[in-house]
Design a protein around this ligand. Structure first.
Ligand SMILES: Cc1cc2nc3c(=O)[nH]c(=O)nc-3n(C[C@H](O)[C@H](O)[C@H](O)COP(=O)(O)O)c2cc1C
Length: 164
């Protein structure tokens, strides 16, 4: 199995989660970046605005990674104002058709993620497995175990980590 963990991060949480998953399933990570600055209070406000309006950004993948090489792509993205960060949906709009199997993790502070997944699937099509890692729920390590178990078992179930 050829697996790869991709992530976008503004403040480091998605990177930490991506690295934990990659270590457990023994694969690499690829950082997704885009052409906007999201730093500071203005970056925060711009981020909320871009996400709400679903404004697309120009995305780059570390090492120009080719997503079609992997059997499983694990994608970790932060939630920004009810959507994933713009780099996330912009990446999927470009690359979703090349991804064989997509396991997606939304990382956030407290909100529900069901609507965000629904909105994203309307935009980019079906996501095979869906998970949330939410600071308020303290579910990071249990959901990481669940993701890694599903990948190593080749599981086909749709999971939303600790959604209840
Ligand atoms: C612009 C912006 C909007 C956000 N909106 C939400 C939100 O609606 N709900 C939520 O639970 N967290 C929200 N967050 C918090 C992030 O999803 C959370 O801190 C996440 O862990 C950040 O991931 P990162 O460290 O990989 O950037 C928002 C953060 C930013 C920067």
């Amino acid at each position: 199995m050829n697996n790869m963990v991709l992530y976008f991060t503004r403040s480091g949480n998605s990177k930490r989660i991506a690295e934990k998953v990659a270590k457990k399933i023994r694969c690499g990570t690829v950082e997704i970046t885009d052409d906007k600055s999201w730093k500071g209070i203005f970056g925060f406000m711009r981020g909320g605005y871009y996400s709400l309006k679903q404004k697309v950004t120009r995305v780059s993948l570390e090492g120009d990674y080719d997503v079609s090489k992997a059997d499983n792509i694990i994608l970790v993205l932060p939630l920004w104002a009810g959507s994933t960060a713009p780099a996330g949906y912009s990446f999927l709009l470009n690359e979703k058709g090349k991804i064989k199997k997509l396991h997606m993790v939304i990382c956030n502070d407290s909100s529900d993620t069901k609507k965000a997944f629904k909105k994203l699937e309307l935009l980019v099509g079906k996501i095979n497995n869906k998970y949330r890692i939410t600071k308020k729920l303290g579910n990071e390590d249990s959901v990481i175990n669940e993701i890694c178990g599903n990948i190593t078992d080749g599981g086909n179930t749709v999971q939303i980590g600790n959604e209840d």
